[in-house]
Design a protein around this ligand. Sequence first.
Ligand code: PTJ
Length: 254
Amino acid sequence: MSLIPKSHPRAKSLFIREKLVHGFDKGLVAKEGLLAQGRGEAFDYLLGEKTGKNAKNAIKVAAAQLLLAKMPVISVNGNVAALCPKEIVKLSKQTKAKLEVNLFYTNEKRKKAIVSTLKKNGASEILGINPRDSAKLSGIDSARRIVDKNGIFSADVVVVPLEDGDRTMALRNAGKLVITFDLNPLSRTSQTASITIVDNVTRAIHVLIDETKKLSRKNKKELKNIVKNFDNKKNLSENIIQIKDNLTRRAKIA
Ligand code: PTJ
């Protein structure tokens, strides 16, 4: 039972934290994943803890891009499996994206726990677990270089939520379009991805699911028009300005 009263002024944030701690206790999350959440929380606070217009804009473009993809793949790590497993499976079904477990702090036991959680939440096929299907991504030294030849290795669009800094560039250099969720607009992943959703994955994933549903009625030409004019660097810069404006407002009140 949760010790957090629903009336607590920071209840929402504390519930997310609790999800991650439960995920750690169930063997899904790396210890370092708890710290990663802390860094995310700090940026979330500065962004105003809501899905702002810049995030909504990136989400719409990401939805269009996922629907245009020939072979989209969603990469799942420990934090994502703990925070939003049901939603990740839903997104994969709605966009016909494959699911692949790919860990930075690789660990067979944790992989199995993640697979079992995804299956409990409705996933049928999960890639990244059969060593016979593994392939190496070049330009990266971490365990994340080992990918599935039927998944990330062959994908044209890869979704990498809450990513450490070293893989996005390698994926881009391999010619893939990369979509990430990252609360830190300054991170290497944010700066090198093709589409960065600067928002808490626990909020943004719902908006992305709704958006893919809405856009699934559009034709290819209309989807391409949505993607065409998106400038990720500009969107990131607007997110940084959003933080600056929030701070300016708070400084005035104080
Ligand atoms: O499960 P593994 O072994 O693959 O490891 C996963 C972690 C997250 C530990 C690993 O990828 C890592 O160390 O990531 P980093 O380098 O800490 O980067 C994670 C990024 O995600 C940071 O920029 C955080 O600000 C951001 N972040 C953290 N929590 C959230 C988030 N972004 C969106 N939503 C969140 N809830």
